[in-house]
Design a protein around this ligand. Structure first.
Ligand code: LER
Ligand code: MN
Length: 270
């Protein structure tokens, strides 16, 4: 199992980015804890020095399996499904602007909340059409570079669009691009899926990235999810990517990251 953990490159309101703050200090800590990768949450690639990021991740021998993009929604309101065409265009261009960073690190680009929420007054069918068109454009721009996009089903309390794996698989059919797949997150799955293991089996080769948090969004082992069963099914489905920790920094970032890695390694070796 290859483990990574989410680190935000900018200050952000999103609480489950486990590490925030000084980049070098955090990367040193993540590597020292035994993680092999770091998932970078980047609001806008223009705000980060990719050369510096690459230098530091190399220094600490950390891979970057995925780039999170949701802060463009959380901090700026960019969305694929906003009624304002300028906002939708800005969201599409923002996702395309992650492609050079994704090439540099060999990372998957995550489509989380930048898909938006269908606002009151917007026809849900229209919202879904905007989403499909945006994803087709972004997937087509990424494909020649060998870059993949992973849409994350997110629970109903955060978005109206694509809450579970079945809806995600239907969306994959509509988008029709082989570099477009899913990011499954155990926190959201615990809320939305009837059977977490069955949904992982059903998603199979379409799983491009995987987030772990326990039922309470604390580190794995702090709630009541059965990670031994979940991860065994994930690996049996052929998944070879990173298992990425995205949980609340409770009681603090270091302790939660330390507990996560210890618990997951113990669970899988027992
Ligand atoms: C992001 O990966 C996520 O899981 C969402 O809850 C963001 O709000
Ligand atoms: Mn997630």
């Amino acid at each position: 199992m290859k483990l990574s953990i989410v680190l935000s490159t900018q200050p952000a309101r999103f609480q489950a980015a486990t590490f925030k703050g000084d980049l070098e200090t955090n990367l040193r800590c993540i590597a020292a804890l035994g993680y092999e990768g770091v998932e970078l949450a980047i609001r806008d690639p223009k705000l980060v020095d990719l050369d510096k990021l690459e230098r530091l991740t190399r220094k600490f021998k950390l891979s970057v399996p995925a780039i999170g993009t949701g802060q463009a929604w959380g901090e700026e309101g960019l969305s694929f499904t906003d009624p304002d065409p300028q906002v939708r265009r800005a969201a599409i261009e923002r996702i395309k602007s992650h492609i050079p960073g994704a090439i540099r690190f060999g990372a998957v680009i995550i489509i989380g909340l930048i898909r938006g929420i269908v606002k009151t007054g917007v026809d849900p069918v229209q919202g879904m059409d905007w989403l499909v068109e945006a994803l087709q454009e972004c997937s087509a721009a990424a494909r020649p570079h060998g870059i993949r996009l992973a849409l994350e089903p997110i629970n109903r309390y955060e978005t109206t669009l694509i809450n579970d794996a079945t809806q995600g698989l239907e969306l994959i059919e509509r988008v029709g691009a082989d570099n477009f797949g899913l990011l499954l997150d155990t926190f959201h799955m615990n809320i939305e899926e009837a059977d977490i293991e069955a949904s992982i089996r059903q998603s199979g080769a379409h799983i491009f990235h995987f987030h772990v948090a326990d039922s309470n969004r604390w580190y794995p082992g702090a709630g009541h999810l059965d990670f031994k069963s979940i991860l065994n099914v994930l690996f049996a489905s052929g998944y070879l990517g990173y298992v990425s920790g995205e949980f609340l920094p409770k009681p603090d970032a270091d302790s939660s990251a330390r507990q996560a890695i210890a618990n997951l390694r113990k669970i899988l070796s027992s």
